[in-house]
Design a protein around this ligand. Structure first.
Ligand code: SF4
Length: 102
């Protein structure tokens, strides 16, 4: 797969510098990335948006960015899919997981 633009990669996947929706891998995925991180960073606008969507596992910090706590399972992961897919945080939209088959 060709990934346009700048990105940073690690063993789990690639974090793009831009949002990218509609990845084919996400359609067949059971939310592996939504269970494999301890948390994801949020902007203040995202914190408020997720709060309005009923998030209960939000962490506010005075010294860093607020976070959505995942700890093995994001609260918005339902039946292996993101239940707020159209409104999920930017960092979720920017992450492309590695295909374990590759
Ligand atoms: S908000 Fe959605 S895409 Fe982001 S970690 Fe939670 S379930 Fe996954």
């Amino acid at each position: 797969m060709t990934v346009p633009g700048n990105c940073s990669a690690n063993i789990r996947g690639t974090l793009l510098d831009h949002c990218m929706d509609g990845g084919e891998r996400c359609l067949a995925c059971d939310g592996a990335c939504c269970r494999s991180f301890s948390d994801v960073e949020l902007s203040m606008e995202e914190l408020e948006r997720l709060h309005s969507l009923g998030a209960k596992r939000l962490h506010f910090s005075m010294i860093g960015r607020p976070r959505l706590v995942i700890d093995y399972n994001c609260e918005f992961l339902v039946d292996g899919k993101c239940s707020i897919y159209e409104r999920r945080p930017d960092i979720c939209r920017r992450f492309i997981c590695n295909d374990p088959a590759e």
